[in-house]
Design a protein around this ligand. Structure first.
Ligand code: KIV
Length: 278
């Protein structure tokens, strides 16, 4: 049985922290699911860490659906959230509903996430009315990087802090089942977490959120272009991969791979006969 939004709500009520992690492919999703992560995000961060774009802005619906399908196939227990890419929920309510519906119907996800607070609350409400759970995302919203003037902490001034609290309340009112807080000062995240009834999930938002989300490639040390301040590397898979691939290259070049162990055999008589006759 998959985790449901009711389970997540109960976790907040019981004070049980909610770990959330991104995944973008079948094999990684399977491992993340087996390791006990209850909430998996197919983040549009895949644009940067999987597809090599400079930001999340070029990511398309078709790319997101492709990766969402793979993640869903790899998971049995986690609730899978599909991240709505840039400009797929901004033009009209019709477009928003069609795109949110694709994540559920084609991708097999159980929920969608979109960026923004008060300005997208009407769209959140309409998606929820269609029976699709929505996770909000406020604070640093990477799809608005040009409007924000870069990747910066959001909510430090009194006006910005009030705006963020109002955004969180608007999402809660609209029916969002959870809210991601990205790059928000820890004391403000704590206050928002106390003031809304739905679970807050922080990334660079301090320890007092109801849960935490990280990009899987950051915590495993797989993405080497940069390491965000809020990420902790639990492993350095990039080093392990480079060493292992280097060993493979050397062994192929030296002729020491493959050995008999990695080779298939056949009846010697057949090959001897073939050598004689051909
Ligand atoms: O795309 C993503 O990975 C995200 C998380 C950083 C919250 O939106």
């Amino acid at each position: 049985m998959r985790i449901t939004i009711t389970d997540l709500q109960e976790m907040k009520q019981k004070g049980e922290k909610i770990p959330m992690l991104t995944a973008y492919d079948y094999s990684t999703a399977k491992l993340v699911d087996e390791a006990g992560v209850p909430l998996i995000l197919v983040g549009d961060s895949l644009g940067m860490v999987i597809l090599g774009y400079e930001s999340t802005i070029p990511v398309t619906m078709d790319e997101m659906i492709h990766h969402t399908k793979a993640v869903v196939r790899g998971t049995e227990r986690a609730l899978v959230v599909g991240d709505m890419p840039f400009m797929t929920y901004h033009t009209s309510v019709d477009d928003t509903l069609r795109n949110a519906g694709r994540f559920i119907q084609e991708g097999g996800a159980q929920a969608v996430k979109l960026e923004g607070g008060e300005t997208v609350a009407d769209k959140v409400k309409r998606i929820v009315e269609c029976g699709i759970p929505v996770q909000g995302h406020i604070g640093l919203t990477p799809q608005s990087v040009h409007q924000l003037g870069g990747f910066k902490v959001v909510g430090k001034t009194p006006e910005a802090a009030v705006r963020l609290l109002n955004d969180a309340k608007a999402l809660e009112q609209a029916g969002a089942f959870s809210i991601v807080l990205e790059a928000v000062p820890a004391p403000l995240s704590k206050l928002i977490t106390e003031r809304v009834s739905v679970p807050t999930i922080g990334i660079g938002a301090g320890p007092d959120c109801d849960g935490q989300v990280q990009v899987v490639s950051d915590i495993l040390g797989l993405f080497t272009d940069f390491v965000p301040k809020h990420a902790k590397q639990y492993a350095r898979l990039a080093d392990i991969i480079k060493t292992s691939v280097g060993d493979y290259v050397s062994e192929v070049q030296a002729g020491s791979f493959p050995t008999a162990k990695q080779s298939y055999t056949m009846d010697e008589k057949i090959i001897a006969e073939l050598a004689r006759s051909a």
